[in-house]
Design a protein around this ligand. Sequence first.
Ligand SMILES: *Cc1c(COP(=O)(O)O)cnc(C)c1O
Length: 380
Amino acid sequence: MSVPSPIGEGTPAHALVDLAAIRHNVGVLSAHAGGAETLVAVKADGYGHGLVESGRAALEGGASRLGTAVLAEAFALREAGVTAPLLTWIIPPGAPIARAIELDVELSAAAPWLVDEIAGAARAVGRTARVHLKVDTGMSRGGATPAEWAELVDRALAVQAEGAVEIVGLWSHLACADMPGHPSIEVQLGAFHEALGIAEKMGAAGSHVIRHLANSAAILTLPEARYDMVRAGVAAYGLSPIPQLGTFGLVPAMTLVATVALSKRVPQGTEVSYGHHYVTDRETTLGLVPLGYADGVLRHAGGQVEVLAAGRRHRIAGRVCMDQFVIDVGDAALAAGDEVILFGSGRDGEPTAQEWADTLGTITHEIVTRIGSRVPRVYR
Ligand SMILES: *Cc1c(COP(=O)(O)O)cnc(C)c1O
């Protein structure tokens, strides 16, 4: 089964997404979550794996909720018929909140003005908005500061009293969960505990209110951060949130595949790609791989990362271009039409997204989310 891409038929590469792997990974994470609910983050097109398909697989694998960064993502899930509870956490002024309330999308709020906007939209559509209040426990990204927290809770309680809003969640996010033992983790846990205590005293932490803090790294290493729900992201797609601690039994879901567009025999001393940064050291065969930086193969991957072609690994020869790059396969038999695997689960000897991330000095999140819209996602 394949999904239509903006380009459709005729694309010489695709990202093969193993939905069974996503289901498996969510099962692993849910087991770690103990009795807590599991929300899977499907932001950024399901970390590049496809928003709707990843979301459905996550729900089949045991997630009870899905999370998105922006409302457009939540709306797309609803339009596709996904009925599971959804939470969206980046709501700037003027966001289409009324539509979110009509579509039963739960909203994060970290400032009194946003609580007011949500309440106003709720009155306008005649429904109660479900809100998760977010406290900044030390990441200094989203969330109300501890100094602002009581005022935020107070404002939410006021509009809850008139029925415009229901406080259904209290939450925060960890900055360094991928560094087990980092001193900030204890500090953030303490600050979260304190914020929950304040909300409880004010009457905003009823038994139906879910508290949540843990991302993938915390799910796998920090049982005390589980609370009532965990929020899994990268691990659901099979990528380890803490690579130095291993794979945790996760299976990478994405395999990036291209079809060789051209192969040719060239003499020793042949200069390859823009800038001529690669020169063949013998007579050899070059293969043209039709994926480039516009597709998420980072430009500085040239000369750095390896791909699997003709049964062996070959480093990208010279610069990555917008739409293509070259590999030098020596005397291996490589013909136009052959398959090249850029990264995958590693099962067949191909590199993994983890290897690409390590080589390129980034994290796997960036490798998979950058795969462009020109590359169709194909599901199995
Ligand atoms: C992306 C995100 C997650 C998931 O993070 P991972 O590190 O990928 O598990 C959880 N919570 C929030 C608020 C996020 O933005």
